[in-house]
Design a protein around this ligand. Structure first.
Ligand code: XIL
Length: 324
């Protein structure tokens, strides 16, 4: 299932595949999740394409099962994710629709979405969602704003507006900005830190930074000390920090580490988080390598060397040389 400790497998909206959807491994996942975890995260089911499958029409059927499961079994939930410019639903991005949006009409969509989803969770499952990823992956690898529909039509301040809408919708919620490559030096990490400083200085309601940490796939492993330094730089601003989607790739072409090296990386990151009070938790993206999106991609498709399953497409297609 597309979640870390599952209920039923959800229907996958057209165009947004889940590499390991429909594989009925819930008992394994559940058993694993009950041991060391106290928070679960919907891998896809809280994304806009699932919760608002067409404009103004909300569907919480699947998410409700996850939230109810969490409530009944004493888990918290990470609310991933309200605004994901790179993963917008087709009804926003289809070529015909794209041209019709204006800054005001898109801001109205964001406001309605954020309010409806957050208030649904807060009212029906009070206290269950511990952190919200309000905005995901706003930057590109040069540290500029990603050219997605939201940043093109609204402008880069869609990020700030989303945080304001989220705070208005639920003033008690903890609001995170979440991204990859945030943990080690580079243009994207610098851009995120710059944004965080700016938000803090101007009182934009940001509570924390989520460091995804998909390591050893397309990402290099962190140099010693990088992660601790990154965490401290946010703590110094008075922000929280969390490791939100950690996996350490073992399987080519997404990674080719030894199990010992993999263990050492997990240990280092867990130690860094435990050592700093501002770090609210460590979430892994899949409770075991064979259940992980990164682990399952090459095995399912790329191991033949000819096809791969794109995260955005339910079908396998020709394999590109790089992981992606
Ligand atoms: C991934 C899911 O794991 C896949 O099942 C889906 O096909 C694509 O999205 N960064 C994020 C997550 O913030 O939402 C992504 O999840 C992985 C990368």
């Amino acid at each position: 299932a597309c979640m870390q400790a599952g209920t039923q497998s959800p229907p996958t909206p057209a165009g947004l595949g889940c590499p390991r959807a429909y594989t009925p491994r819930y008992p394994e996942q559940l058993a694993a999740a009950h041991r060391p975890f106290d928070v679960i995260v919907p891998e896809n089911e809280l994304k806009m394409a699932w919760t608002q499958p067409s404009q103004g029409h909300y569907d919480f059927t699947v998410v409700d099962r996850i939230l109810a499961y969490a409530r009944d079994h004493g888990f918290g939930v990470r609310g991933h994710v309200l605004v994901y410019g790179k993963g917008l639903p087709d009804w926003m991005t289809s070529p015909l629709r794209q041209e019709k949006w204006t800054r005001d009409s898109l801001l109205a969509v964001l406001k309605d979405h954020i309010k409806t989803v957050m208030q649904h969770a807060a009212r029906a499952y009070p206290g269950v969602v511990r952190e919200w990823d309000v905005v995901n992956e706003a930057f590109d690898s040069d540290g500029g704003y990603d050219g997605n529909l939201l940043s093109r039509v609204i402008g880069p301040d869609y990020v700030e507006q989303a945080f304001r809408f989220a705070h208005e919708a639920d003033p008690d919620a903890l609001l995170f900005y979440n991204d990859y490559d945030a943990d080690q030096p580079g243009p994207r990490a610098s851009a995120i830190l710059r944004m965080a400083k700016d938000f803090v200085a101007r009182g934009v309601p940001l509570d924390g930074i989520g460091l995804q940490m998909h390591l050893g796939m397309a990402r290099p492993l962190p140099a010693p000390g990088d992660i601790a330094r990154t965490m401290r730089s946010y703590a110094d601003l008075g922000l929280r920090v969390a490791v939100t989607e950690m996996d350490v790739g073992l399987v080519p072409p997404f990674g080719a580490l030894t199990a010992e090296r993999q263990q050492a990386v997990y240990q280092e990151v867990a130690g860094d988080c435990a050592a700093i009070p501002a770090c609210t938790g460590l979430t892994v993206w899949g409770v075991a390598d064979p259940l992980s999106w990164g682990g399952s991609l090459p095995r399912r498709c790329c191991s033949t060397g000819t096809t791969r399953r794109s995260p955005r497409s339910p079908r396998c297609r020709r394999c590109s040389p790089e992981p992606g």
